[in-house]
Design a binder for this molecule. Sequence first.
Ligand SMILES: N=c1c2ncn([C@@H]3O[C@H](COP(=O)(O)OP(=O)(O)OP(=O)(O)O)[C@@H](O)[C@H]3O)c2ncn1[C@@H]1O[C@H](COP(=O)(O)O)[C@@H](O)[C@H]1O
Length: 109
Amino acid sequence: MSDVLHQLAEVLEQRKQQSADQSYVAGLYAKGLDQILKKIGEEATETVMAAKDGDPEKIVYEVADLWFHSMVLLAHQGLGPDAVLNELRRRFGLSGLQEKAQRQSSQTN
Ligand SMILES: N=c1c2ncn([C@@H]3O[C@H](COP(=O)(O)OP(=O)(O)OP(=O)(O)O)[C@@H](O)[C@H]3O)c2ncn1[C@@H]1O[C@H](COP(=O)(O)O)[C@@H](O)[C@H]1O
């Protein structure tokens, strides 16, 4: 899963060298942070509406738009998907340790 995020992150970096009329992403960079944040807000709202409609295909489509624009934000801020993936791994590791500790304590009690 994270392969496609890394490949997309590479393309998003390359788009920093392109002119705004050459690509959608280069156009977003040129418009700046506020426009990127506006797109994230719109995609989040569209995700909520899709979920309220209970339409699985639409939910997937809108979440893909939301993830994509979040990736554009990360790239714009000089960050990449690894920063977020590492944070998720850290949280998963913490909950994994907590679950293991709970299992061990319930076995000994
Ligand atoms: N994954 C995506 C991707 N997902 C969504 N979008 C664009 O995000 C926009 C979604 O916004 P909306 O749903 O509001 O649709 P819209 O009304 O057309 O949007 P606006 O033009 O009003 O912003 C659309 O223009 C989609 O084309 C994407 N545009 C590009 N990519 C990938 O990004 C890479 C670089 O793209 P370019 O910069 O276009 O070369 C490519 O490899 C693409 O695969």
